[in-house]
Design a protein around this ligand. Structure first.
Ligand code: G
Ligand code: G
Ligand code: MN
Ligand code: NA
Length: 254
């Protein structure tokens, strides 16, 4: 079966799942959020990577349906964790640029969050820098609408796209996520350190939160702490986990 057919089937038959990766406040070491990442079961035990099927979802138009499922499922899970006594951490979903071009996106998102009864300030969308900058003018109005819902907006994979400084200050952003490619080379590459420092100070200047992604070692974490980076995410803390495993991880680390 083609990947598109598999995806269509998965959407209809509960064949998708969200995994959750913790986001840590570096100063306190506490959990402050989770990023939800979609998974599709493959024919064998291996999941099919979203890096493979998201592009198919985009080219086939299934991304709209998939994106709605992701938002609904993230809200459902957030609510369930709350009822199980987990603190009101933020939950982030990844949003494709194609979703952002849907006029109705903000309205749908507002509806989904409202139905679930979730505080919009706990909900964050991640938009990749490169995708956003391809059509800033189109995206900006929708981002403004999303901002009006009270939902937070993070710029993902930051440092690899082509934001102009004027774009950055015009967009209603809350957070920059430093691209993993820089973070992972911090220990061995001076250029990656310089770029990381520049992103952190840019975030400071624009009053944005800043998070280092792809942290795999204590040395990298210490470096980011020294540079006054706010938040951290990476395999050092945990890989993305199924919901139950995440709740277990949380109880062990609370
Ligand atoms: O989880 P993993 O690192 O394999 O994710 C690979 C890529 O797929 C990342 O760039 C991530 O942002 C993207 N991705 C994961 N989940 C979603 C999702 O729900 N929607 C969209 N649009 N992209 C996602
Ligand atoms: O593009 P985005 O930042 O949404 O991608 C998130 C992806 O990064 C997920 O697929 C996740 O599995 C992966 N990831 C998260 N932390 C680490 C890490 O510390 N090392 C590596 N290699 N990948 C990571
Ligand atoms: Mn992301
Ligand atoms: Na990223």
């Amino acid at each position: 079966r083609s990947l598109e057919a598999k995806l269509r089937h998965a959407l209809k038959n509960q064949g998708l799942a969200l995994h959750y990766q913790p986001v840590i406040d570096i100063k306190s070491g506490r959990l402050i959020g989770v990023e939800a990442l979609v998974r599709m079961a493959g024919d064998d035990a291996e999941d099919i990577s979203p890096a493979t099927f998201i592009p198919i979802a985009e080219s086939s138009g299934l991304i709209v349906e998939l994106g709605e499922w992701v938002a609904i499922e993230a809200c459902r899970q957030h609510k369930l964790w709350r009822s199980q006594g987990l603190p009101p951490v933020k939950i982030a979903i990844n949003v494709s640029p194609l979703q952002l071009r849907q006029r109705a996106f903000a309205e749908r998102l507002g509806h989904i969050i409202g139905e679930a009864g979730i505080d919009p300030a706990c909900f964050e969308i991640e938009v990749t820098e490169s995708a956003l900058m391809e059509s800033v003018d189109e995206a900006i109005e929708i981002l403004e609408d999303i901002k009006c819902l009270g939902v937070r907006i993070a710029l993902d994979d930051f440092g690899t796209g082509h934001s102009s400084l004027s774009n950055l200050s015009t967009l209603p952003l809350d957070k920059l996520k430093i691209d993993q490619s820089f973070v992972r080379r911090i220990e061995r590459d001076q250029t990656s350190r310089v770029i990381t420092n520049a992103i952190i100070s840019l975030a400071r200047t624009l009053h944005l939160e800043v998070v280092g992604e792809g942290i795999e070692s204590n040395e990298t974490l210490r470096y980011l702490d020294d540079q006054a980076c706010d938040q951290a995410q990476g395999f050092l803390f945990s890989k993305p986990l199924p919901a139950d495993a995440f709740a277990h991880w949380y109880r062990q680390h609370a």
